[in-house]
Design a protein around this ligand. Structure first.
Ligand SMILES: [Zn+2]
Ligand SMILES: [Zn+2]
Length: 179
């Protein structure tokens, strides 16, 4: 009796300690997300920067470090070690779930290296094809004035238009404006 009791006393704390550590290790090695590359890419919102945001990390069922590109049915690649990658024919058969909205974040700009100040939502159709990318932020309509000013239709502030820049954050009301 005493022996059984002391066994419980010893083993219980050990189990409690090891469980969270095991879960943490599994998450690290299995990868928690896939990468998503919108097509066309989402532009950087930083003032003056016309770069594009890349490396969106999205969580969904069955993620295994696949790299998805909008408009393509199968993964373009897998961001795993060469040894642990799926063979090409197996990779070609992987699909996203149909009619899914996959939230992705932590993208960075390829010019200023800044992180995206918003998440995106990657929307699939009934075949699992990624067909739409939505910016998850307060969005505002805009108007181009005299070809070189962009006006926010939420607060009516205006700022200089920069050629090739597609996403702006309104300096007055913080809404995201897409051109
Ligand atoms: Zn940038
Ligand atoms: Zn505004």
């Amino acid at each position: 009796m005493i022996g059984a009791f002391s066994f419980l006393e010893r083993s219980r704390p050990r189990l409690r300690r090891s469980a969270p550590i095991l879960r943490y290790d599994a998450r690290q090695s299995m990868g928690l997300f896939d990468y998503f590359e919108p097509e066309p890419p989402v532009g950087c919102a930083r003032p003056g920067c016309a770069g594009a945001l890349h490396g969106w990390q999205g969580k969904h069922q069955g993620n295994c470090q696949f790299i998805w590109q909008q408009g393509r049915i199968d993964p373009v690649d897998q961001s795993a070690d060469e040894g642990s990658k799926l063979p090409p024919e197996r990779l070609a058969s992987i699909r996203l779930a149909p009619n899914e909205v996959i939230r992705s974040g932590y993208a960075h700009c390829d010019v200023c290296t800044g992180y995206a100040p918003f998440d995106i939502e990657c929307v699939t159709d009934n075949q699992g094809l990624w067909i739409e990318t939505r910016i998850d932020a307060k969005l505002a309509e805009s108007k181009l004035i005299e070809d070189h000013w962009i006006q926010c239709m939420n607060c009516f502030d205006a700022w200089p238009h920069i050629p090739a820049k597609t996403v702006y954050r309104c300096p007055s009301c913080d809404h995201i404006v897409q051109r």
